[in-house]
Design a protein around this ligand. Structure first.
Ligand code: NAD
Length: 498
């Protein structure tokens, strides 16, 4: 054990008084490499007090000045880019180039947030009545909280706090206890960029501190990304305590492959989308619905050898770089292996078995490919969150579409086809929040918003982009008339503009 991750409160790394710690493992070796403090409710309470105090001045700081801090933060993140990517890889396990990609996607949200003076302009109407003007102000909510998952230790926090603080809020981040170092590092760099103390605080911990964030009356908004059962709990609890909530949950993303698709493109897209980051992405493709047996046979024939050949191993220090790193933990590895056992027991055809792949004590499993999966099977219904792809054969387009629409999750989906009419019909009728046409992982850019449908999200507003600004601001609408234009007499009926 070499290091301890503590908290960052009011501009300082603070030693915790808690006696509880979580272990941080290196997933590539299976060795414990550090520990993270599991803070007490009292420590979270202190962080909220600091954030509430900092709000008074930060909310009055001109948006342009707030944006300049974010510009400097982005420069610093770029300067330390390789170190940050290595840190992600050491705690999460993903390969170095994938960690760099995660940073890029996260920094795009910072770039978006740098445009905050423009984004907060609001609306203005001259002469809504004679001599009467109306305009809206977008004002910060107050203290906001973010609770984030292990699978994107940089990108998901970056979906939240840059937009929140650009809007004038202060923020408390509760990162995943499995890979918490990135959050602390980002808080330090923001301070170096000139962020005033107390504006961004990082409190490490588990349910004990999350429950404080969900119930404390000083917290105005809660953003969450993680698994569906916890997302639902976060939404129900924080809403019941009067907060606005956006809670993003799990996924089971389908790629629909039509008989007229360019099969080589579809196969190459499936390889990256199903097995990249060992399938531990909320936008990973975990089901390929293939229309027609002929197409399915051809797809499987091209896909199987590539899955067997996947280079699986540590995410750092290998040349050429591996294509797939380890899973996050020993428990998760056991769970994914169980799903493969379960699929075989349920009667699915295991074309490629990844269970034989290992690397020392690391949490590795190879890519697995199931064929002839049916909708009643658990490996179809449940989120596995590992490198396991299920092929479902459908007789026609309508059956395939119905399958996707009836699944409980609706995060992302994609269609591979050369027919514009089918693609157009699919984008209009599919019950999923993010849709790709010949694009396997349609993660919206930072200036659009990210979010699924159905049980992949709780709450009406998505992350970053225009929805992010709406979520982190309250709208106030002013209707103003100046004395010279005051009408004589009192009106007792509903005022209408003349
Ligand atoms: P998780 O739900 O276990 O944990 C997420 C966060 O919630 C962590 O910070 C954790 O400490 C906290 N938490 C866990 N249990 C809690 C409890 N009982 N009470 C309060 N807080 C609790 O998720 P994970 O395993 O870290 O991440 C993987 C999941 O996240 C997958 O289901 C994946 O699909 C999902 N995910 C979704 C998106 C999306 O955009 N929809 C993005 C990334 C990940």
């Amino acid at each position: 054990m070499t290091y301890r991750v503590s908290n960052f409160i009011n501009g300082e790394t603070t030693e915790s008084r808690s006696e509880r710690f979580g272990a941080i493992f290196n997933p590539a070796t299976g060795q414990q490499q550090g520990q993270v403090v599991l803070s007490t409710a009292a420590e979270c309470d202190e962080a909220i007090a600091m954030a509430a105090r900092a709000f008074a001045d930060w909310s009055q700081t001109p948006p342009l000045v707030r944006a300049r801090v974010l510009f400097r933060f982005k420069e610093l993140m770029e300067q330390h880019r390789d170190d940050l990517a290595r840190l992600i890889s050491r705690e999460h396990g993903k390969v170095f180039s994938d960690a760099q990609g995660e940073l890029t996607r996260g920094l795009e949200v910072v770039e978006f947030a740098c445009g905050i003076p423009h984004l907060l302009k609001g609306e203005h109407s001259l002469n809504v009545g004679r001599g009467v003007d109306s305009y809206s102000m977008m004002q910060p909510v107050g203290v906001c909280a973010g609770i984030t998952p292990f699978n994107f230790p940089a990108m998901v926090p970056l979906w939240m706090f840059p937009v929140a603080i650009a809007c004038g809020n202060t923020f408390i981040l509760k990162p995943s206890e499995k890979d918490p170092s990135l959050s602390l590092r980002m808080a330090e760099l923001l301070k170096q960029a000139g962020l005033p103390d107390g504006v961004l605080n990082v409190v490490n911990g588990d349910k004990e501190v999350v429950d404080v964030l969900l119930t404390d009356s000083r917290v105005g908004a809660v953003s969450f990304v993680g698994s569906t059962p916890i997302a639902q709990y976060i939404y129900a609890t924080a809403s019941a305590h009067g907060k606005r909530v956006q809670a993003l949950g799990g996924a089971k993303n389908h790629m629909l492959v039509m008989p007229d698709a360019d099969l080589d493109q579809a196969v190459s897209a499936l390889m990256g989308a199903a097995y990249g980051a060992a399938g531990e992405r909320c936008m990973a493709i975990s089901v390929a619905v293939v229309v027609g047996d002929e197409t399915a046979d051809a797809l499987v024939a091209k896909l199987s050898p590539l899955v067997v050949q996947l280079r699986v191993g540590p995410g750092l220090g290998q040349t050429p770089e591996n294509e797939m790193g380890p899973l996050i933990s020993r428990e998760h590895l056991a769970k994914v292996r169980d799903y493969v056992d379960q699929g075989v027991a349920e009667g699915a055809l295991l074309r490629v078995d990844g269970r034989g792949v290992s690397h020392g004590e690391g949490y590795f499993i190879g890519g697995s490919l199931f064929d002839e999966v049916t909708p009643d099977m658990r490996i179809y219904r449940e989120e596995i969150f590992g490198p396991v792809l299920a092929i479902v054969r459908a007789p026609d387009y309508e059956t395939a579409l119905k399958l996707i629409n009836e699944h409980e999750y609706g995060n992302g989906t994609a269609i591979f086809t050369c027919d514009g009419d089918t693609a157009r019909d699919f984008t209009a009728r599919v019950q999923v929040g993010m849709v790709g046409v010949n694009v396997p992982i349609p993660v919206p850019m930072a200036f659009h918003s990210f979010g699924g449908w159905k049980r992949s999200i709780f709450g009406p507003l998505n992350m970053h982009g225009p929805d992010g600004v709406r979520f982190y601001t309250r709208m106030k609408t002013v209707t103003a008339r100046w004395p010279r234009s005051l009408r004589a007499g009192t009106e007792f009926s509903m005022p209408t503009m003349k």
